[in-house]
Design a protein around this ligand. Structure first.
Ligand SMILES: [Zn+2]
Length: 260
């Protein structure tokens, strides 16, 4: 029965997000699948964490539009998230919800679920709010080097603070729902670590391209926003932004497991 409630709620949320242009068609189907699984298996506590991530990340993508104008082309995708982005952010959480179905007594799947969501939430908050930092970010692999706002691997004080907030807003209900106060610092730290790992991958092995027309570095491939075909300049070609997000969540979960 709970699966049915999950399906109804997930389809409604996915449809509203599609109408609001937060998701494209493939993203809406992916979100309906992720939401049905997580709500259907885990119930309202699991659904709450997912919704906090989903609502705040969609909202922050829209906020401060003026400040971010011109930056969006640096990011590989616009505001409409597709299936790759949904699974990159929520795929691991879906796997932990499925494991919970087999081990309902264990708290381990809950910790993995919360840590992976805290990591992708921290990363999204850092990306969306980091652009408000008054000065350009610094490269995570070389803090003396300033880079253009929006560059993968760039970190800033504001971004890191936003990341901490983004992780803690997931960690708080994760601790409250299980009546386990230790989960708050654990999940917050794991989330922050995951988002820093995301920046590290962005600075090193994530696939990066170059637009010859605009003479700019971009994550976009095969085509830039201007329509020009982009050229691979560094990083592993298979490691696109979706896989980096997946790795961000995975790193958060691994850190949480290592600590406990
Ligand atoms: Zn271009």
């Amino acid at each position: 029965m709970q699966i049915l409630y999950g399906l109804v709620l997930a389809v409604i949320v996915a449809y509203l997000a599609y109408r609001a242009h937060s998701l494209d068609k493939s993203g809406a189907f992916a979100a309906a699948f992720v939401g049905t699984t997580i709500f259907g298996i885990g119930g309202w506590q699991w659904a709450t964490l997912l919704l906090i991530f989903f609502i705040t990340s969609s909202g922050l993508s829209r906020a401060f539009k003026k400040r971010k104008q011109g930056l969006s082309e640096k990011f590989s995708k616009g505001h409409e998230r597709d299936a790759g982005q949904v699974f990159g952010n929520g795929g691991l959480a879906t796997i932990f919800a499925t494991i919970h179905a087999f081990y309902p007594e264990s708290i381990i799947p809950w910790i993995g679920f919360a840590a992976s969501l805290a990591a992708v939430n921290a990363d999204t908050w850092a990306t969306e709010l980091g652009v408000l930092n008054p000065t350009p970010p610094r490269m995570i692999t070389d803090l003396k080097k300033r880079v253009e706002k929006g560059t993968s691997g760039g970190v800033s004080l504001w971004g890191t603070f936003a990341s901490l907030l983004g992780a803690s807003i997931i960690a708080l209900p994760a601790a409250l729902f299980t009546d386990n106060g230790l989960l708050f610092p654990l999940i917050t730290f794991a989330g922050l670590a995951g988002s820093l790992f995301d920046s590290l991958l962005g600075a090193t092995v994530q696939a990066m391209y170059y637009c010859p027309t605009d003479q700019k570095e971009t994550e976009k491939h095969p085509f830039h926003t201007c329509g020009t075909e982009t050229v691979h300049i560094r990083g592993w070609e298979w490691l696109n932004n979706d896989w980096v997000n997946f790795a961000c969540g995975a790193f958060g979960a691994v850190i949480a497991f290592l600590i406990i």
